[in-house]
Design a protein around this ligand. Structure first.
Ligand code: HPA
Length: 260
């Protein structure tokens, strides 16, 4: 571990997705030194502590795909190291943002969604820590939702009170399908996921959400529609929004959610 150890137990970790690596963090008031935690699963991405409101505790933040530049696409993220680092920090909630392709035809580029269910179509990712007791431990909670209801509610409350919320549609529920990547899906794959009930597609939420659940950290995601999924644009002209604007919308919203 380098830098100073965190001074207090932190309440929340925000995991930045699309464009987080391009964001200037200065407006969100970093405090303390960033830390690089070593975990049993390898090094975690650098964690920065942000304190936009001096009367509230700092919030931990890391960029899933690298700092300063896009260093790792979704298929190469070390999710176990990130979630273990959250556990080392003692956080009780993780809020993440995730760029997604729109499958449901009512969704537009720029829409915000707080998903409430999940289809996992990844193939090669390790979706658990080395926890041989897991099946027994989960027996009593077989019907626990993947996304934590209170953490979802915190994001929705923050979204409804943001100044720019009038110009952005926020959807309170959706099914997210996670694909393996790094390649984009074929039109037939997206058609299959659509028939299976998926509204949005991304590559980053699995296994993060399951790993958090395994170590008892509440997890919720803010999804930002960056594009139409393959074959789902219909008559609409192609549109993509992967710029730093995505991070500038998502980070303040999640900071506000985490300080509830
Ligand atoms: N497919 C998979 N992952 C994504 C997409 C997509 O269309 N857009 C953003 N992440």
């Amino acid at each position: 571990m380098s830098g100073h150890a965190p001074r207090t137990t932190h309440h929340a970790l925000i995991i930045g997705g699309t464009a987080a690596y391009g964001l200037d963090l200065a407006p969100y008031r970093p405090v303390d030194d960033p830390i690089a935690l070593d975990t049993p699963y390898g090094p975690a991405p650098t964690i920065t502590f942000l304190q936009p409101d001096s009367k509230r505790p700092p919030v931990a933040f890391c960029s899933r795909h690298g700092a300063g530049q896009l260093a790792r696409s979704a298929a190469f993220v070390n999710q176990r190291a990130i979630v273990w680092a959250a556990k080392m920090l003692g956080v009780n909630a993780i809020y993440s943002w995730n760029g997604v392709g729109a499958i449901a035809s009512h969704l537009e580029v720029g829409d915000l969604i707080v998903p409430d269910d999940f289809l996992d179509f990844t193939r090669t990712r390790t979706t658990t820590f080395d926890n041989t007791d897991l099946i027994a431990a989960q027996e009593g909670s077989a019907f626990r939702p993947a996304f934590h209801p209170a953490a979802r509610a915190a994001i929705l409350t923050a979204a409804s009170s943001l100044r720019n919320s009038e110009t952005r549609r926020v959807y309170e529920a959706a099914t997210y399908v996670c694909t393996e990547g790094p390649r984009l899906e074929t039109a037939s794959e997206i058609a299959l996921y659509h028939r299976a009930g998926a509204d949005i597609v991304g590559m980053t939420l699995s296994p993060e959400v399951f790993l958090a659940q395994e170590v008892g950290i509440a997890y919720a995601s803010l999804c930002y529609v960056t594009n139409y999924a393959t074959g789902r644009a219909g008559e609409r002209p192609p549109k993509r929004d992967f710029g730093v604007n995505v991070a500038r919308v998502c980070l303040p919203l999640l900071l506000s959610a985490s300080l509830h």
